[in-house]
Design a protein around this ligand. Structure first.
Ligand SMILES: Nc1ncnc2c1ncn2[C@@H]1O[C@H](COP(=O)(O)OP(=O)(O)OP(=O)(O)O)[C@@H](O)[C@H]1O
Length: 224
């Protein structure tokens, strides 16, 4: 429950959000869109608990497990460890190498990649290790911040399929409108310190953006 939440990074920076009021549950299938710098990543950080509201509060069920995917997770990987060693170090409950092989194999880390140091893997392969690591935590709610960077189109389709099979809630921030159209049931716009529901699908939203740009171009032409 997001209750009367306002947020700014510091006393000297502007409000990012004012008086947000909404709920998220395990049926939520939401994509956040909006202009660059509007506060989409900030909202995910607030929901995750990495940031604290300046005013108001965010209440969570005490048993709720949330996982947040973002680009900086890659930096937390131990580059000297292999994907198998990394998973076993992170999750002491994983004792059998074969079990770990199978697990990361499902994310497309196969053969030699499983035992090579992570520093030798491509960005896309590292991304798969991060997804395996996140999925092993069996979250109830997934917060995904630009998950498609470094992924090829087939892998994005697999991600969409996996997200559609996932039974928990999801809040997605992505510039990939194709992924949004595959997995999101609702579109919310972050803009002008608010979050508002878009009454339409992502293609309608894209069309609106296109018309806005066309209108602005027309205006500019008339000025010169
Ligand atoms: N740690 C921080 N300290 C101060 N300001 C910050 C910090 N992080 C982000 N901001 C500012 O807060 C605003 C919202 O940033 P945020 O990254 O949430 O936007 P976004 O909608 O996710 O943007 P994009 O689509 O470009 O990723 C921006 O003006 C950004 O510069």
């Amino acid at each position: 429950m997001v209750q009367s939440v306002s947020f700014k990074y510091s006393d000297t920076t502007p409000w990012i959000y004012k008086d947000l009021e909404f709920g998220i549950d395990l049926d939520t299938r939401l994509a956040l869109v909006g202009p660059n710098g509007a506060g989409k990543s900030t909202l995910l950080k607030l929901l995750y608990g990495e940031l604290t509201p300046t005013k108001g509060m965010i209440r969570k069920n005490s048993h709720l497990r949330i996982a947040r995917y973002h680009q900086h997770l890659h930096e937390l990987l131990d580059l000297d460890a292999s994907p198998i060693e990394y998973m076993m170090a992170q999750f002491p409950a994983l004792k059998e190498r074969d079990e770990v092989r199978k697990l990361i194999g499902r994310y497309g880390i196969t053969g030699k990649q499983q035992v090579s140091p992570i520093r030798q893997l491509s960005d896309g392969q590292r991304c798969r290790v991060v997804f395996a690591w996140l999925a092993y935590q069996v979250p109830h709610l997934l917060l995904l911040d630009e998950p498609t960077n470094h992924l090829d189109i087939d892998t994005i389709d697999s991600l969409a399929e996996a997200l559609n099979d996932f039974e928990g809630g999801m809040v997605l921030v992505s510039h990939d409108f194709r992924l949004i159209s595959q997995v999101a049931e609702e579109i919310w716009i972050c803009e002008n310190e608010k979050v508002t529901k878009w009454n339409g699908d992502i293609l309608d939203y894209k069309e609106m953006l296109k018309n806005k740009v066309l209108k602005e171009n027309e205006k500019r032409k008339k000025m010169f």
